[in-house]
Design a binder for this molecule. Structure first.
Ligand SMILES: [Zn+2]
Ligand SMILES: [Zn+2]
Ligand SMILES: [Zn+2]
Length: 142
């Protein structure tokens, strides 16, 4: 497992540090998104007196390079998620159990046409996160 992270970090010209490896390991072992505070709590077990700003900085660096994904929650809390799928896709985020699932669907072509036709503009990037309740949570509600 650790070798995988090392390869990913090296490929992106990020220095391989124990903290970055720990963050990726924590997020990889979770199918749900975690808050920086939760990641910090888990890292304290391994690193002792690590500061929360250090965790924030490392998370920001990893997400800037698209190694981990940001989840923006309606509760305005920021969460992070590690997805191994490297091809272009979007995420379905469960607001209840925090499960994250891949959606291999993207309407970028249609959006591109619409922006061109209506606004005469051009899209250079886009973010799409779909929030909802997953099937497990819907079943529990009955
Ligand atoms: Zn759920
Ligand atoms: Zn994904
Ligand atoms: Zn897309």
């Amino acid at each position: 497992m650790e070798n995988d992270f090392t390869a990913v970090l090296k490929q992106l010209h990020l220095k391989v540090t124990p903290k970055r490896q720990a963050i990726l390991a924590i997020l990889m072992n979770e199918s749900a998104y975690l808050s920086p505070e939760e990641i910090w709590q888990r890292m304290k077990k391994q690193f002792g007196r690590i500061g929360l700003p250090t965790v924030y900085r490392n998370l920001e660096e990893l997400s800037e390079r698209n190694i981990i994904s940001k989840v923006t929650h309606p509760n305005r809390q920021l969460y992070y998620y590690f997805c191994t799928n490297r091809s272009h896709h979007h995420h379905f985020v469960c607001l209840s159990c925090r499960n994250v699932e891949d959606i291999n669907f993207c309407a970028l072509n249609e959006l591109q046409k619409e922006v061109k036709r209506k606004l005469n503009g051009e899209i250079i990037s886009h973010i799409l996160q779909v929030n909802g309740y997953c099937r497990n949570c819907l079943n529990k509600k009955g």
